[in-house]
Design a protein around this ligand. Structure first.
Ligand code: PLP
Length: 438
């Protein structure tokens, strides 16, 4: 399969090049030249498949020509060695829990697949890929544990000292020998500036093959379509002819874009609710047809605080830059912090279920969508993007209860922290990177 850039001036590339490059040289995002379609027969065969079966069937269509199928199959099994449960809160209302991976957030799906694809392609060329990321928390931990122990790869991640939670810091600083955490004496903007500078440093370019692993990589997008496919096939057996609505808590809109991809492939999905917080540039675009990104606003749902979403370019591409076409498939609903907190409380009261604030934004948006489209009787699925323990302060404030720490996390909490303290001057970072191979 061939991938081209949404900006259209770079040459089309293979999935290998798209994965190793991340962003296209013209600044655009890679999209498949043609979205593969599953026939009715293929879908029927997959209906009783496992998560891995479905993931493999999709991955094969995108990467089957370039990754030997036995390797691809093993790679998938290794990625998704945890469950993706569909919890039923009430008849027809489901929460798809995407937080059972090693760092308790849905970013594990993308990061684990990307890591293994990168490792495979790097080994083919007998090279060592150095992934460089600046993180304020969640992306970095998924990348750290995603690349943990993957041959031909190593990760250098920069995080601002004293500005991440203890749980996040443990996740950032306890992965394997190929993951290097740099604790920067500065803020997140310093971390980002240092990383940007490293990417344009000609001395480093000669010494290392640097890549970025951020959420625009096509190999992070593809695996996020797997859980839409998985849930939609389970629901189509139970609700024949009634296509489910997926509500997606959105920040950079990578998750939602992956859902669009799953629907375009033919999986039985009805509609999408793009749930946002006060950062509502896409919501307003869907209403008015004008995209006017604004500076980021700080909210309770920090992982969705994005003023100018990076995957919007892909959404525009898939809908021919036509907001009316986009509106046929996606309804944008923005949720306030007060509504988010009230939702955590009311869901807990009604169902005894504790959801994280991001998931609560999705739940609330689905409720609103249903109120406006009463009597349709479609099943609804809220994507739960994080385990509530990751946002325990918000949970405590909403319901006055502590969230028990899962066993896997207790292990990580007990591991010794391994980090190198650096200043916010570029020489510190460049010296560290230059010395990686010494
Ligand atoms: C990253 C993240 C989101 C937003 O996902 P996008 O793909 O950027 O839209 C939502 N919730 C949580 C918990 C996240 O970590």
């Amino acid at each position: 399969m061939i991938f081209f850039s949404t900006s259209k001036s770079s040459a089309p590339v293979s999935i290998k090049k798209a994965t190793l490059e991340g962003l296209a040289p013209d600044g655009g995002l890679y999209v498949p030249s043609e979205v593969p379609r599953f026939s009715a027969e293929e879908l029927e065969l997959l209906e009783n498949g496992t998560f891995s079966n479905i993931a493999f069937a999709i991955a094969k269509k995108f990467a089957g020509a370039e990754v030997p199928l036995d390797i691809l199959s093993k790679l998938i099994d290794d990625c998704f060695n945890f469950d993706t449960p569909l919890q039923e809160l009430a008849e027809g209302t489901f929460v798809e829990e995407l937080f059972h991976g090693p760092t308790l957030a849905f970013k594990d799906y993308g990061a684990r697949f990307l890591a293994r694809m990168t490792g495979f392609f790097a080994a083919e060329d007998q090279q060592m890929i150095t992934v460089l990321v600046a993180t304020s928390g969640d992306t970095g931990s998924a990348v750290a544990y995603g690349f943990n122990g993957i041959p031909n790869t190593r990760v250098v991640l920069l995080y601002p000292s004293g500005k991440v939670s203890r749980l996040q810091e443990q996740q950032l600083t306890t992965a394997g020998d190929n993951v290097f955490a740099l604790e920067v004496q500065g803020d997140f903007d310093d971390c980002q500036r240092l990383v940007k500078q490293a990417f344009v440093d000609p001395d480093l370019k000669r010494a290392l093959t640097l890549t970025s692993a951020n959420s625009i990589n096509i190999s992070r997008l593809i695996p996020q379509s797997f859980y839409y496919a998985w849930a939609s096939l389970q629901l189509s057996k139970r609700y024949p002819g009634k296509l489910p609505v997926f509500s997606v808590p959105s920040g950079n809109y990578g998750n939602l874009t992956a859902g669009i991809l799953a629907k375009m492939m033919g999986f039985p999905i009805g509609h999408f609710v793009a749930a946002s917080n006060a950062n509502d540039s896409v919501t307003r675009y869907l209403e008015e047809g004008r995209f006017e990104p604004k500076p980021t606003v700080r909210t309770l749902t920090t992982a969705m605080d994005v003023g100018n979403p990076s995957n919007f370019a892909r959404l525009l591409h898939f809908f021919d830059h036509d907001y009316r076409k986009m509106g046929v498939e996606i309804t944008g609903i923005s949720v306030t912090d007060e509504e988010t907190e009230a939702t955590i409380r009311s869901v807990h009261e009604r169902y005894g279920y504790v959801m994280d604030p991001h998931t609560a934004v999705g739940y609330r948006a689905l409720e609103e969508f249903r109120n406006e489209h009463a009597g349709t009787g479609y099943p609804g699925v809220v994507l739960s993007t994080a385990h509530p323990v990751k946002f325990d302060e918000a949970i405590m404030s909403a319901i006055g209860k502590e969230v028990p720490i899962p066993e896997s996390m207790k292990e990580i909490m007990e591991k010794p922290k391994r980090a190198t303290l650096i200043s916010n001057a570029y020489q510190d970072l460049s010296r560290f990177l230059q010395n990686l191979d010494r």
